[in-house]
Design a binder for this molecule. Sequence first.
Ligand code: GRF
Length: 221
Amino acid sequence: MTSSSATPISIVVLISGSGTNLQAIIDAIEAGSINAHIAMVISNRPNAKGLERASSHGIPTQIIDHTHFADREQFDVAVQSAIEVHHPRLVVLAGFMRILTDAFVNHFTGRLVNIHPSLLPKYKGLNTHARAIEAGEAEHGCSVHFVTPELDAGAVIGQARVAIAADETPESLAAKVQKLEHKLYPACVGLFCNGDLQLQGDVALLNGKPLPATGLDLTEA
Ligand code: GRF
């Protein structure tokens, strides 16, 4: 049996906002390039546009509003329980704007991935586009990585790069990087869903072989 004819793996996607990366993953699943099924989309924000995107494709959605919880720990426990109802093989953070507790991250080790708008390990955290321009970088991009307790520090699966123009603004650069994100994330999720990717310790393995620290160059994905 080839991987493409194998049973689709179950995914849960966590969002907070517009959900354009979620949309790219939905489109790739519908096009047959990712062998997966999105069991649930969970948002911590009730008005996230990504919820409408999911619903319009018949994907169930759930709102777990972080403002209704006394602390981060209780919120994460609720999200973890809501995810585990579906026994997903992969949990995809797609613009989920909450810092997760170590307990949550450790529970999902090896099956929790994120997309970050920089060429990690450069520019962890926020305002990455402005910081890359400010620093005079020649290029910028995005990274998909396994999530580990240290923020934006887990093993990188893949990256996509773009040149920074002389007249670049944070907004124009964000638009360029988002285009890359919409190819990079489905490509990396697809590899995982085919069973090609694994996390071993703090190293990402592709077909059993360690990836370099910057992952695969998927700029042309
Ligand atoms: C993306 O730019 C991603 O890099 C960051 O959050 C943003 C999410 O955008 N982690 P969207 O909700 O997928 O449109």
